[in-house]
Write a protein that binds this ligand. Structure first.
Ligand SMILES: *[C@@H]1O[C@H](CO)[C@@H](O)[C@H](O)[C@H]1NC(C)=O
Ligand SMILES: *[C@@H]1O[C@H](CO)[C@@H](O)[C@H](O)[C@H]1NC(C)=O
Ligand SMILES: *[C@@H]1O[C@H](CO)[C@@H](O)[C@H](O)[C@H]1NC(C)=O
Length: 510
């Protein structure tokens, strides 16, 4: 499986070099960015975030806490810029709110009268900012009929004024849905039923999302436990990307792209054909009570990938999948991951970083109170050798329990999964201010802590505090191996920090 993955990714690289037509531009392998940068106002806002953070960079040197608050200040500035950029939408919201029929949940309802309020058919609801019931708009929810049109129609109506899309109990078979803003007001989706993907997919179509929500401000998805079933089993079987390099044509279950002020609560993604959830170019977004479920043998099914986003909070998730539980790409800032259970899967990963020129700095990532079980990696950071310059700083892994994890703590700046990199050339991704604190549990292999920093751009201020990892395997007591670095050690650290010299592992899994 691992060999297949390696071969497949290499072929992908080749493919993508020659064919840059993937809708998302910078994405080449399934491990990298999966969505285009937002355009227009959001792009400006994103650029402002980057610029603001650049100017904050010197402030982000001292202690992690100080740095974090400095970045938060800048984020506020950036957020107000976003508000500026969306002021048209905001005034539209006010207008709607002022209208006599607009009060949420009062005037408008589908013909089924689901909300028990004054009846106004779907036509009446149009432009009113009221409630839009997909069944009223023609959805069957029988798991067989293609309900795509009803969802698209509900979205268009909601987007024209702001409003609530309601999805009653049922199983809604939909084809790929592009639900796109900007919209004239906030949008809420209330799901009480499940979403179901077709088992087949259009190989030729470069659209990489089954369900994509794009460029919306003030978006709320209340899943109430709804399942987004990607029905990927057939796709995994037919997934011959090792031979064809066509993995990228498999859809990601759910993509959130260019969202501002979003809340995603109580959804479960199962059996995605490729990644489960991808977050790209988002500002101020909270995900809560997320479920991810796919078998360990499903290829490239990263649980949640976050890239080029600022202020994302992932609070509460149970993730079982065939690849990274959470993967974090460049340009991620002020990310908090809390109460995530991971396993089976490949752990929680930052990177890989440094594969492309002009990657944006990654700053301010906190991963805490997580349980990682039966995975090959626990928490890790990986950067490519021979990379262009890059930055990853202010990263905290805290209060993590490891259970039978092959390498619980891993930094690999010589990440080279296919032996296809400029192996001798050091990574120029500068790692600084990385803290591993209160990390406990069992390591399935002897090397419980492995830290390989760049020879040419040595990492600074890598701290190990209160570590207690014991080996559950048969190779003897756990050890800690390091290269090109000297850790800052405090508290009780078991195994003792950096007693061995770490060797680069060209067989490193991606
Ligand atoms: C960000 O900085 C670049 C130059 O570094 C500049 O071209 C761009 O206009 C700036 N963006 C904003 C929104 O200030
Ligand atoms: C972030 O988004 C939430 C809605 O999800 C909103 O209530 C809050 O005001 C936003 N924060 C900022 C700084 O805009
Ligand atoms: C440890 O994890 C591996 C997968 O990495 C799994 O195959 C094995 O069964 C696990 N052992 C126990 C005791 O759970």
């Amino acid at each position: 499986m691992v060999g297949l993955r390696r071969a497949s990714t290499w072929l992908l690289v080749v493919l993508v070099v020659t064919a840059t037509t993937i809708a998302n531009g910078s994405r080449t392998t399934p491990k990298e960015d999966t969505a285009a940068a937002p355009t227009g106002a959001l792009e400006n806002a994103a650029s402002t975030v980057t610029n603001a953070t650049k100017s904050a960079a010197s402030a982000v040197k001292e202690k992690t806490k100080n740095a974090a608050s400095a970045v938060t200040e800048k984020t506020k500035e950036a957020a107000s810029t976003v508000t500026e950029k969306t002021k048209d939408a905001a005034s539209a919201i006010k207008n709607v709110a002022a209208g006599p029929k607009a009060a949420k949940g009062s005037a408008a309802a589908g013909p089924t009268g689901a909300k028990g309020s004054a009846a106004a058919g779907p036509t009446g609801a149009k432009g009113s900012g009221g409630s839009l019931d997909v069944v009223a708009l023609g959805a069957k929810g029988d798991g067989k009929t293609d309900d795509s049109a009803a969802f698209t129609s509900a979205w268009e109506k909601a987007c024209a004024a702001g409003g609530t899309i309601t999805v009653p109990k049922g199983d809604y078979l939909v084809n790929s849905l592009m639900l796109k803003g900007p919209c004239k007001g906030p949008i809420t989706m209330e799901l009480n039923g499940n979403m179901k993907a077709p088992t087949t997919f259009d190989q030729a179509k470069k659209h990489c999302g089954w369900i994509e929500i794009m460029k919306v401000a003030d978006f709320t998805l209340n899943g109430n436990g709804a399942i987004f079933d990607g029905q990927g089993a057939a796709a995994w079987k037919a997934n011959d990307c090792a031979k064809t390099g066509k993995c990228n044509n498999l859809p990601i279950n759910i993509r959130f792209t260019g969202l501002t002020n979003a809340k995603i609560i109580g959804i479960t993604s199962t059996n995605s054909k490729l990644f489960h959830i991808n977050i790209h170019g988002c500002n101020n977004m909270t995900l809560q009570d997320i479920g991810i479920d796919a078998p360990p043998e499903s290829l490239n099914t990263d649980g949640i990938h976050i890239g080029r986003s600022n202020g994302v909070n992932l609070i509460g998730a149970k993730i079982k999948t065939g690849d990274d539980c959470v993967s974090i790409g460049h340009g991620t800032q002020n990310l908090v991951i809390e109460n995530v259970e991971c396993g089976p899967g490949h752990g929680i990963s930052i990177g890989s970083l440094g594969k492309y020129p002009n990657e944006e700095p990654l700053k301010g990532v906190v991963v805490r109170k997580c349980i990682i079980k039966n995975t090959d990696n626990g928490v890790r950071i990986k950067t490519w050798p021979g990379s262009p310059p890059g930055i990853a700083s202010n990263i905290l892994f805290e209060d993590i329990t490891m259970d039978n994890v092959t390498t619980p703590i891993l930094i690999d700046q010589e990440y080279c999964p296919h032996g296809k990199c400029k192996a001798g050339v050091p990574s120029k991704v500068k790692l600084s201010d990385v803290t591993f604190k209160n990390i406990k549990g069992t390591s399935a292999s002897k090397i419980a802590v492995k830290i390989i920093c760049s020879k040419g751009c040595p990492c600074t201020n890598i701290a190990l505090t209160d570590i207690n990892l014991v080996s559950s395997g048969k190779e003897g007591p756990a050890v800690s191996a390091c290269a090109n670095m000297k850790p800052v050690v405090s508290g009780k650290v078991v195994p003792a920090a950096c007693t061995e010299v770490a060797k680069s592992d060209a067989k490193s899994d991606e």
